[in-house]
Design a protein around this ligand. Structure first.
Ligand SMILES: CC(C)(COP(=O)(O)OP(=O)(O)OC[C@H]1O[C@@H](n2cnc3c(N)ncnc32)[C@H](O)[C@@H]1OP(=O)(O)O)[C@@H](O)C(=O)NCCC(=O)NCCS
Length: 171
């Protein structure tokens, strides 16, 4: 298993895990399955390419020996002077068959390490569904604390999903 930033050649493998994530965990990604599947392949690729700007904006993947992405996490930093002390984690997803082996923990720790050591980021933020007890617990164990709650952060069908806004100070 290798943990590395995703590259342009990983696009087909990314589509695979993205599809699974949108079906299995619709509350994780802002996009939804029907909308995503309706996009042209060119549009999907253009959207993907926007996240290939390491170390500012990237997706980190845990890639197995067959080249399949079994887990991923997104990171968005800021380049402007007023905002570059902050970064944001999003889209943490571990394939069902790869769970319980510490991959999520490894990915979050890798992002935090890169943010602090490569970019000098002081604070990493994220949002997690208030119903997502497992992930909320994982972030608490990694030192994140809640600084707010967004009520109705997402609407899935006719149900609203509230999110805890969490942050971790790195210095
Ligand atoms: C939540 C998720 C990312 C965990 O991935 P993982 O690789 O299995 O997690 P890890 O093996 O690193 O486990 C981290 C910790 O969480 C705990 N944990 C993981 N899944 C759990 C679950 N379903 N219920 C309770 N605890 C759980 C582990 O026991 C471990 O605890 P420890 O640090 O005390 O040993 C994965 O189940 C997933 O992708 N879920 C669907 C998408 C999702 O919810 N993403 C997060 C959006 S913010």
């Amino acid at each position: 298993m290798i943990v590395r930033p995703l590259e342009i050649d990983d696009f087909p493998a990314f589509l695979d895990i993205q599809r699974e994530a949108l079906v299995q965990a619709p509350e994780v990604f802002g996009s939804d399955y029907d909308w995503f599947e309706g996009l042209s392949i060119l549009s999907k690729e253009q959207r993907y390419e926007r996240y290939l700007n390491y170390p500012y904006q990237y997706m980190l993947g845990a890639v197995d020996e067959d080249g399949q992405i079994v887990a991923m996490i997104g990171y968005s930093g800021n380049e402007t002077s007023k905002l570059r002390h902050k970064g944001r984690i999003w889209g943490l997803y571990v394939r069902t068959g790869a769970r319980g082996k510490g991959l999520a923990t490894t990915l979050v720790k890798s992002v935090l390490e890169g943010a602090r050591e490569v970019l000098g980021v002081e604070q990493v933020q994220l949002a997690v569904s208030t119903q997502n007890v497992a992930t909320y617990g994982l972030y608490l164990r990694l030192g994140f604390t809640v600084y707010g709650t967004e009520v109705g952060a997402m609407k899935i069908g006719s149900s609203y999903v509230d999110e805890y806004l969490m942050s971790k100070h790195l210095v």
